[in-house]
Design a protein around this ligand. Structure first.
Ligand SMILES: NC(=O)C1=CN([C@@H]2O[C@H](COP(=O)(O)OP(=O)(O)OC[C@H]3O[C@@H](n4cnc5c(N)ncnc54)[C@H](OP(=O)(O)O)[C@@H]3O)[C@@H](O)[C@H]2O)C=CC1
Ligand SMILES: CC(=O)C(=O)O
Ligand SMILES: [Mg+2]
Length: 543
């Protein structure tokens, strides 16, 4: 069997395993006599499935990934819909919450505010087994919908990179999960004797920006071919650092751009179905966002292209969007607004604050209701019924993560819409039987986008990640449904096809990078798309 040591493992067990390797196969006596790859795969799956709790499964898979990455990724690829809810949302949310308690070994790079002025030497400690190509960087300040988790955010960077490796064939040794420790305002962690991060409150913005400038600069010097994915920064910093670095380095923000792209894709497919039934033109859809943070506003911005593709002007497209935040409908006359909400703030409403979601639905008459609020059950039975009264096929996407923060469950959405809902959630729900038919929930999660977007950006050696590259990823995903998936009423392709989907998205991203003139990989400027697709596939790592 293949045993590959990851750069950051050590210890007696690994040394013994490494010793069992030789070009001619395992050294006699250092592995059990009947150890066989295929049977061992069954053994690993049986061990995984014997565990009742999600967090125990997470810990088991974490250890398997360390000890035998090839086996881990082989099993992951063969069982994507079973593995993703464990290594990613929802279980990765529990892993983050409990990280300081379940911690067993270092994994990834930790850079703290105490390293300011000295970040270069910290980065230089990263083992250079392979040239780093992609890093997922979080500061732990808004992990999923769970709030400020400080250093406990590390598993989100690890989980996203596992999906890059499984879903897009990025070489494991070319990835760097990073958690920046800028303190935490989570009092429970500050009081927890096992907490692994700095026992300090978050630093002020000016200090954070100095730190981020140094960090980004040193990363680009140490790893000239690196692409950085910002993940789960709190909303103000998410927008600020994307703007600050996007024209300087190859970087994108997954919560703003990845989520925007995945939702545009699912919305395109849902709107076509909804419009085919109602007869209303695609350009007349009306979208109500419940939640106006980095994800809500990121998705709203990306959905502008849904309308501009239908021929609306940018101003007309903006008129199709309504935002709701914790204070209710977002409108100019309400008073001072956070910078990121201003663009979509309504100018055509001047009445008293409108806080009740049912009143807002009655006023807006939306065809689509998208939840990015972290408020579980916000889309209650009355809300779903109100949407169903307005629309033969209401589009309802409760996109908050993890699953317990979803604005509604799939079964509630189906029951209260008499099976008519066009549904996608951020975290996975099981299919359900309804009136003798199997209904499948969509998973509107950026996991469909970032692997292909990252792969395309890396292979094209993009200087920056342009809006057109993000849009290409989204449209590529929307078009990737097979006839069978269309017939089953799916809004997103089956996750089992993630490699094929990612290769297609990467090809479209490469083309968009070339069109935008940001690519630095002349050998990919092939005239034929099929050749580019084949080149992408040939570059994918296979366990
Ligand atoms: N499906 C996917 O792929 C993704 C899902 N997400 C999920 O989206 C959620 C939000 O993320 P993000 O935008 O970064 O977080 P933020 O905290 O920035 O945004 C949350 C938004 O919800 C609003 N809100 C909070 N309480 C209420 C309420 N009672 N009624 C109405 N609105 C309310 C907030 O209002 P205010 O502005 O007034 O505070 C804010 O606008 C998270 O759960 C995250 O996991 C994120 C990225 C990807
Ligand atoms: C999916 C994701 O990126 C989030 O919930 O933050
Ligand atoms: Mg995120």
């Amino acid at each position: 069997m293949t045993i590959v040591l990851t750069p950051y493992v050590s210890g007696g067990a690994q040394k013994l395993k490494a010793a069992s390797q030789s070009p001619a196969g395992p050294k006699h006596g250092l592995t059990p006599p009947a150890l066989d790859d295929a049977v061992h795969a069954l053994r690993c799956l049986a061990q995984l499935r014997s565990k009742d709790k999600g967090i125990e499964k997470y810990i088991y898979l974490s250890m398997l990934k360390e000890q035998d990455p090839a086996m881990f990724y082989k099993l992951c690829l063969a069982n994507m819909s079973e593995f993703t809810p464990i290594i990613y949302t929802p279980t990765v949310g529990d892993a983050c919450l409990q990280y300081s308690h379940i911690y067993r070994r270092p994994e990834g790079l930790y850079v703290s505010i105490k390293d300011k002025g000295n970040i270069k030497s910290v980065i230089s400690n990263w083992p250079r087994v392979d040239e780093a190509r992609i890093s997922v960087v979080t500061d732990g300040s808004r992990i999923l919908g769970l709030g400020d988790l400080g250093i406990n955010g590390m598993p989100i960077s690890i989980g996203k990179l596992s999906l890059y490796i499984a879903g897009a064939g990025i070489r494991p040794t070319s990835t760097i999960p990073i958690c920046l420790d800028l303190g935490t305002n989570n009092q429970a962690y500050l009081d927890d004797p096992l907490y692994l991060g700095l026992r300090e409150r978050r630093v002020p913005d000016n200090e954070m920006t100095e730190f981020m400038d140094e960090f980004m600069d040193e990363m680009s010097v140490a790893f000239p071919k690196l692409m950085v994915q910002f993940e789960d920064f709190s909303t103000d910093h998410a927008f600020a650092y994307l703007e600050r670095y996007r024209n300087k380095y190859p970087v994108f923000n997954d919560d703003i751009q990845g989520t925007g792209a995945v939702v545009l894709s699912g919305f395109l497919n849902a709107a076509k179905i909804s419009s085919a039934v109602s007869g209303r033109p695609l350009s007349s859809h009306r979208i109500l966002f419940f939640g106006a943070g980095s994800a809500g506003v990121g998705v709203a911005s990306q959905l502008m292209s849904f309308f501009t593709i239908q021929g609306l002007s940018v101003d007309e497209a903006r008129e199709r969007v309504w935002l709701v935040d914790s204070q209710g409908l977002v409108y100019d006359a309400r008073g001072k607004l956070a910078e990121h909400k201003k663009y979509f703030s309504r100018k055509d409403y001047e009445g008293p604050p409108m806080k009740n979601l049912l009143d807002i639905i009655d006023y807006v008459k939306p065809t689509a209701l998208l939840g990015l609020s972290t408020i579980s059950n916000a889309f209650n039975a009355e809300v779903i019924r109100a949407m169903s009264a307005l629309n033969a096929r209401p589009i309802i996407f409760p996109l908050s993560n993890p699953v317990r923060l979803s604005e509604c469950t799939f079964s509630d959405a189906v029951e209260n819409s008499n099976g008519n809902v066009l549904f996608a959630s951020g975290s996975p729900f099981d299919p359900i039987e309804y009136n003798g038919k199997t209904l499948y929930p969509g998973q509107g999660n950026n996991m469909y986008i970032f692997p292909g977007l990252g792969l395309g950006s890396i292979l094209s050696r993009a200087k920056s990640v342009t809006d057109t590259m993000v849009e290409a990823a989204s449209l590529g995903l929307a078009e990737s449904l097979t006839p069978e998936e269309h017939d089953a009423g799916l809004l997103y392709p089956r996750i089992e096809r993630i490699r094929e989907i990612s290769a297609n998205i990467a090809k479209d991203v490469i083309r968009a990078a070339q069109k935008a003139g940001v690519d630095r990989s002349p050998e990919l400027r092939e005239p034929n798309d099929d050749d580019v697709y084949k080149r992408v596939q040939s570059k994918m790592w296979t366990p």
